[in-house]
Write a protein of this length. Structure first.
Length: 221
């Protein structure tokens, strides 16, 4: 089995004093693709924010690679990136959007990496590199947002409804990009989707949530 990457123990998240998520135990392993399924309000997006270290749990601990604390000093946040359901694009060119994360991390703006990331999501660099954000369709914008995460070659890629409202071609491109990220860089992926057919094609395992609780017998207690 792959090395253990995330360990969640007795995790509870609350908003305004109301419990929205309770996870007694959850283990996620390196190089695996895990799907999160469940109805709206089941706690999927909350769990994703915890895995991205955008929030801390009200109770319990989220360990990453054996470390119980994630902050800028230990570099954990640089290894994990989240693509939200409605990603925001900067008001600039496609190339500048994709390269932005590299600049923030001090990696420089490699046009070769930008082009490769666009190719991974099925966008021809010669046609799209210099397009402005407002010249993109909804599906193209979603794929550019994914390319902006792939260019970082993250250790963990968290995708919240990456195929929502996309056409069949875009869904297929994202499918291939997800698998390529794992094969090329060993990326671990967690994917939220209502599309069970797509999750079954892509994921090694699927965890179901309902009312803030994990329903699948595996990985929970």
């Amino acid at each position: 089995m792959s090395p253990l990457l995330y360990e969640l123990r007795d995790v509870v998240q609350e908003y305004g004093g109301r419990e929205v998520l309770r996870v007694p135990k959850l283990d996620l392993y390196e190089r695996r693709i895990t799907g999160l399924a469940g109805p709206n309000g089941s706690g999927k997006s909350t769990l994703m924010r915890l895995l991205a270290f955008l929030e801390s749990p009200a109770h319990g601990v989220v360990k990453y690679a054996g470390n119980g604390k994630a902050d800028a000093d230990n570099g954990v946040r640089r290894e994990v990136t989240l693509l939200t359901q409605e990603p925001y694009l900067l008001k600039r060119s496609v190339a500048a959007n994709v390269a932005y994360g590299m600049k923030v991390r001090g990696l420089g703006a490699s046009l070769e990496r930008v082009g490769h990331s666009l190719e991974m999501v099925g966008l021809d660099p010669e046609l799209f590199m210099h397009r402005a954000w407002y010249e993109l369709s909804g599906g193209e914008a979603q794929r550019v947002a994914l390319a902006a995460r792939l260019v970082l070659r993250p250790k963990v890629l968290l995708l919240d409804e990456p195929t929502a409202s996309l056409d069949e071609v875009s869904v297929d491109r994202i499918h291939h990009a997800v698998l390529a990220a794992r094969e090329q860089w060993g990326t671990t992926l967690v994917v939220v989707s209502h599309d069970m057919g797509w999750l079954n094609k892509v994921c090694d395992e699927i965890i179901s949530l309902r009312s803030g609780r994990i329903q699948s017998p595996d990985n929970s207690s």
